[in-house]
Design a protein around this ligand. Structure first.
Ligand code: SF4
Length: 247
């Protein structure tokens, strides 16, 4: 107990220091430090291969194409997302993309008809995203997320480094604007997710992603009409997991 408390205190101090050191540094510097020094060999990128994902995927490909990339396939994704994933993986030459899937036993027991999303989105996200990802992250000290402050009011004070569930989370793009994301993708010849042009600026699972009208909050199409803005992977307390396979 004492040991775990002192470990937590040491991680908290580490996060504080990293935020102080890197608050004014750019995303590439943060990634270089995290991937090559601070967490070398102990860090993965978690990517949804969604609307903004190409930026971080490109950045890590410039550092090392063998960095593990975790992709959670909930079983409810758009086909366009999986095709986009394959296209980007090939273009960037990524060598270690791991497809994380829910535990089939969990699905059979808790969502046998695949319709849990219609009655309890929190429970559905828990068995299809939170639990499998928590299991997949078990072997890593840290992970990289593409979240940004501008995406939602709940993310307005997002820092570059956070401590969550005993693991450090790195948010290299925390202070990026939507314009900077688009410009980076354009400058580096990165293809857009095909659904963006159809009115989906934020893309998750098919049943829970709606089109967004011009001027609306980009994430307003996610779980529209519900008091829910996050799937739960960013404040996970899951312990039991699913399976991973490489593509
Ligand atoms: Fe289920 Fe919707 Fe969550 Fe996907 S986003 S895991 S379908 S509730």
């Amino acid at each position: 107990m004492e040991h775990s408390q002192s470990h937590k205190a040491s991680l908290e101090a580490q996060v504080k220091l990293l935020n102080r050191m890197y608050s004014e540094r750019d995303a590439q510097d943060i990634l270089e430090h995290a991937l090559r020094e601070q967490f070398a060999g102990e860090i993965a990128l978690v990517s949804s291969f969604g609307a903004d994902s190409s930026v971080l995927l490109h950045m890590i490909s410039q550092i090392d194409v063998r960095i593990p990339v975790l992709f959670v396939d909930t079983g409810k994704l758009f086909g366009e997302t999986k095709r986009y994933r394959d296209e980007l993986v090939e273009q960037l030459g990524l060598l270690d993309v791991r497809v994380i899937t829910p535990d089939p036993e969990d699905l059979a027991e808790k969502d046998p008809k695949g319709a849990l999303w219609a009655t309890d989105t929190d429970a559905c996200c828990h068995i299809r995203k939170v639990v499998p990802l928590a299991e997949a992250l078990g072997g890593f000290e840290a992970w990289i997320s593409g979240r940004k402050r501008h995406q939602a009011s709940t993310r307005a004070s997002l820092e570059h480094f956070e401590l969550e569930e005993g693991r450090i989370k790195v948010n290299p793009l925390a202070n990026w604007t939507a314009t900077e994301v688009l410009q980076y993708a354009k400058d580096n010849g990165l293809p857009p997710h095909p659904l963006v042009a159809e009115g989906y600026p934020s893309i998750g699972c098919m049943p829970c992603t709606d089109k967004v009208a011009p001027g609306e909050d980009p994430r307003s199409g996610r779980w529209r009409g519900q008091n829910k803005t996050e799937c739960g992977i960013h404040f996970s307390s899951a312990s039991k997991g699913g399976a991973a396979q490489s593509i």
